[in-house]
Design a protein around this ligand. Structure first.
Ligand code: ATP
Ligand code: MG
Length: 139
């Protein structure tokens, strides 16, 4: 995967609250091209593996429970400087600290249920994209 890509999930809270369309609109309006996308649900094993770096954190159980609680939208996005620009578009992890106009400020409810995921590096974007999509699902 080239380094102008990032990986995102619209998390179960935002799906349940009916924000898929509005969030995708913000993402495309910001210049990101969707190169892969699916509507799916994480199994317990999927969530434990995906968030494996947080295994020792006190919120890990809560995070896995939340991320498996409902359907998600997973997508690979392409844009120049994708990882950094997407993190700026979604805002701080805690919506209370997120800047005005960011996706988390607009659609997240709490630090745990924070509407969207965004990769934190080119390396993780590639790993996370490959976790969810095979080569023939990426366009
Ligand atoms: P993400 O990886 O989902 O894009 P992030 O990179 O902003 O979020 P991380 O530190 O990677 O934040 O945390 C991963 C996820 O774990 C957060 O998005 C949030 O859902 C959850 N999380 C992080 N910190 C807390 C916390 N203190 N309490 C509860 N949940 C938390
Ligand atoms: Mg993260």
């Amino acid at each position: 995967m080239s380094t102008n890509r990032t990986f995102t999930m619209i998390k179960p809270d935002a799906v349940k609250n009916g924000h898929i369309g509005a969030i995708l609109e913000k993402i495309t309006a910001a210049g990101f091209k969707i190169v892969a996308m699916k509507y799916t649900q994480l199994s317990l094993r999927d969530a434990q593996e995906f968030y494996g770096v947080h295994r020792e954190r006190p919120f890990f159980g809560e995070l896995v429970e939340f991320m498996t609680s409902g359907t998600i939208v997973a997508a690979i996005l392409e844009k120049e400087n994708a990882v950094e620009d997407f993190r700026a578009l979604i805002g701080a992890t805690n919506p209370a600290d997120a800047a005005e106009g960011t996706i988390r400020k607009m659609f997240a409810t709490s630090i745990g249920e924070n509407a969207v995921h965004g990769s934190d590096s080119d390396e993780n974007a590639a790993i996370e994209g490959a976790f969810h999509f095979s080569g023939r699902e990426i366009y």
